[in-house]
Ligand binder design. Sequence first.
Ligand code: 13P
Ligand code: SF4
Length: 300
Amino acid sequence: MTTVQERILELKKKKNAVILAHNYTSPEIQDLADFVGDSLGLSKQAAATDADIIVFCGVSFMGETAKILSPTKMVLLPEPEAKCAMASMCSAQQIEQMKRKYPDATVVGYVNTTAETKTAVDYCCTSANALNVVNAVPNNQIIFVPDVNLGRYVKEKSGKDIILWNGFCPVHQCVTIRQVEALQKQHPEAEVVAHPECRLEVLNIAKFIGSTEAILNYCVASDKQEFIVLTESGMGHRLQKACPGKKFYFTNESLCMTMKMISPESVLECLENETGEIFLDPDEQEDAFVPVKRMTDILG
Ligand code: 13P
Ligand code: SF4
């Protein structure tokens, strides 16, 4: 009997498809993907692939970003209703209102926004390059949407006049200093590494702050053997695979449930029947491409 995984591999070959998966997806999804990474790495893969079909195992804004970068490809979401809670905290209309209040400001939008929201943004950024993008913007006054925590972090590091939005990621917002201190008591040798979506007071006790991929690279290169990892616990699978001898500890509440909606069965169904295809309005596609292109131009 062929397993779900075997059937996926067969179909992938037959249809010239590529499977991209975010670091927060469940272990079985990561293990069947062609590429696993952070938002920036996945966007690069989506832009560079010569596959005809991209199966995007992640929340919907990630698939939309792939479609913005690769408009001629078929981009399929195994679970189209897997949305990012933060992305729903900021619309294009709300940004237009804010721009009326600060007409001279430049809008930098975190990639965790819908394609519609990206149409109202001047520059896009990910957690891996937010500081580079903000520093490269030729304006001191910046409206940063939607993540208040990443915005605060970038404000502190860049010293720019950053007008904050009130969005947040429920997973990272829940991480408290008390939880971190309790873990430190249990694992006194462990080093604290954090994603910049955590609140600033939490980031202030971290030894390293970076995107999910940057956290992975840091832990691989470090001489340390134990880490308290302040991000979604799906990262544990990648970290453990990359550093078999090292130990990683997470706070209990760190689960992005929409990322966990994606299963091998939903990947198979979408590849088989070509369901969950992303269609963007051509004008929206064109307008949303502008800030994403500006980001990739800054990266060189
Ligand atoms: P990364 O780009 O660092 O993987 O982050 C994406 C995300 O949604 C974090 O919550
Ligand atoms: Fe969105 Fe938070 Fe999930 Fe990342 S972890 S996809 S920011 S809800």
